[in-house]
Design a protein. Sequence first.
Length: 179
Amino acid sequence: MRKLMNNELNRLSVDEFKDSEKTPIVVVLDNIRSLNNIGSVFRTSDAFVIEEINLCGITATPPHRDIQKTALGATESIKWEYYENTLDAINELKKKGYLIISIEQVRDSISLEKFNVQPAEKYAIVFGNEVKGVQQEIINISDYCVEIPQFGTKHSFNISVSAGIVLWELYKKIKLDIK
C-alpha cells in the first residue's frame, strides 16, 4: 500500500462543489463558542456535501483566522448564513420544509443508529453550545431529538466530534442507502 497523492483523490474544485448535488441537510450551530469547532464543522460539512451551515447567536462567522485554521478552505465551498437568534433560523427552515433534529440528550430521544431517514425529506441538524447544549426553546419545537450512544464514563462529545459522527451516519443513510 502507498498513500495517495493529492491529485489522485479526485476532489471537487470549489466551483464543482457549488454546482454539485447536495446532501439535503442544513447544519445549525446554536451559540458555539469555539472557533476551532466552527472550522471543523465547516470541513466535515464539505466532506459530506452538506447544503448549508446556519451560524447562530455567539457563533463566530468567517473570515476568521482560527476558523480558517481548522476549516482549511471549506468556508469557501460551503454556503453559510448568520442569524442573531437561533429561533429565527429554525423558523425559517421550518417554513422551507426542513425537519428539525436537535442533537441532544433528552427524555425519549432517539438513538442515532435507530433514527430512520425518509428519502424525500430535508433535515436541519442542530448542534448546541459546548456547555449548555441546544437551547430548550429549540428542543421544544424540534421534530426529533437524536442522541449519540455513549458507553464510557463521559456524557458528551466535543461539537466537532458530534458533527462528524452524526453527519456521517445521516450521509450513509441518505446517500449510500446504508441503514
